[in-house]
Design a protein around this ligand. Sequence first.
Ligand SMILES: [Zn+2]
Length: 80
Amino acid sequence: MNKKLSPSDGGCWFCNREILDNESCGFTLEFDAWLHIECLEKEVASLIKANNEWNDCETEIIAKEFYGENFRETFKYNPL
Ligand SMILES: [Zn+2]
């Protein structure tokens, strides 16, 4: 069971859980924080499903950092 940690203590930006060695993770320079790739993909997928540009600005900023300005197109053609 992962411990709860705030992003400033090395927890995942999205779920606030400790990132374990066997979990794939990324680092967002925009927010200076680690995140689980799985959490990022889930958040981006739901952001796109919601189809609302300003639904979640933070997720949108991170999505652009990781997948580029056209992250919506990228995800559309590579469904999770
Ligand atoms: Zn997470």
